[in-house]
Design a protein around this ligand. Structure first.
Ligand code: NAP
Length: 280
């Protein structure tokens, strides 16, 4: 995909731009947007968020936003060098394994410091009826039974695994219109989270759902369906996370922020220069 760059809150011609440290946020998650909003308020930083471009009309993070793949590790390495990036923050989705490993390799090669964030996974609570499976393919095999009414909210990239499921009935929820064939017996709803417990409970009950297939994404934005399933005693086929070699990841955004501050304060190459405001 061709990459594009737009600026929301920070201007490319901001007078402080040439003096600031340039931070690349690998984004596409709520946490990445929160972090971009927080960091963009600082005059000493230029914040660039990178989105994969999977979602049409995404909520745009504050700061500069570029969209589309870099072109593998080599492309990312070149980008870090050409754009004079001082630090990379990996706040990508827990299932986005490729971009995280590319970030590790590219940062090692360019010696650009990397701060990784990993949203904690959900864990089963009393009353939960979870079957944990290693991948979406296994989930598709498991639920494809004529007695099952399955709620699928795994993202449209993964729907292709269910295209050939002819036995079960599916309620499919995606943000944008899927581009792959849907299972023969299915109903589609287009909707963007966060989703609330009352709505989720009603939806599962109205559609007489017997099973949910969910990725173990963690976080609050999509957890309501898991809570509703617990209340309604619905089985959840929980797809485990791919193993991602993130080095020493932070588990909340405050920790990421603090680690960046430490990095900026302690790293000789990243010492903060006085900004227009601090000089006064
Ligand atoms: P991926 O497998 O890690 O990445 C595939 C390629 O997409 C990367 O190699 C990279 O292309 C590009 N890419 C991914 N994230 C990028 C970013 N933030 N900025 C620029 N390029 C990026 O991730 P995925 O294919 O997007 O998704 C894998 C799983 O994660 C799916 O289950 C999906 O539902 C879930 N997920 C992803 C996102 C997201 O924003 N990516 C959000 C929610 C859920 P190049 O190699 O060309 O650089």
């Amino acid at each position: 995909m061709k990459s594009e760059e737009v600026t929301t809150m920070q201007s490319a011609t901001h007078p402080a731009l040439n003096r600031t440290h340039r931070v690349l946020i690998l984004g596409g998650t709520g946490e990445a947007s929160q972090l971009a909003a927080r960091l963009s308020e600082r005059l000493d930083l230029t914040v660039i968020s990178s989105l994969a471009g999977r979602v049409e009309q995404p909520a745009m993070p504050a700061g500069i936003v570029r969209t589309g793949g870099f072109g593998g590790v080599l492309g990312l390495t070149e980008y870090l060098t050409m754009q004079r990036i001082d630090a990379v923050i990996d706040t990508t989705h827990p299932f986005a394994a490729k971009i995280s490993s590319h970030a590790e390799l590219a940062c090692k090669q360019t010696r650009v410091p990397l701060i990784a964030f990993e949203r904690p996974a959900w864990t089963p609570q009393p009353g939960d009826r979870w079957v944990q499976v290693p991948d979406v393919e296994s989930a598709a095999v498991l639920v494809n039974d004529p007695n099952n009414r399955v709620f699928l909210s795994v993202g449209r990239q993964e729907l292709t695994r269910f295209s050939e499921c002819r036995n079960a009935w599916f309620l499919i929820r995606t943000i944008n219109q899927p581009t792959v064939p849907l299972p023969q017996k299915s109903k589609l709803i287009l909707s963007r989270g966060p989703f609330h417990l009352d709505e989720e409970r009603l939806l599962l009950w109205q559609e007489a759902i017997t099973h949910i297939v969910s990725k173990n994404s963690g976080g609050a934005a999509t957890y309501a369906k898991i809570q509703a399933a617990r209340e309604l005693e619905i089985e959840v086929i929980m797809v485990e996370r791919p193993s991602i070699a993130r080095t020493n990841p932070c588990t909340d955004i405050d920790e990421v922020y603090l680690r960046l501050e430490e990095l900026l304060a302690g790293h000789p190459a990243l010492q903060l220069e006085p900004t227009e405001t601090t000089r006064l």
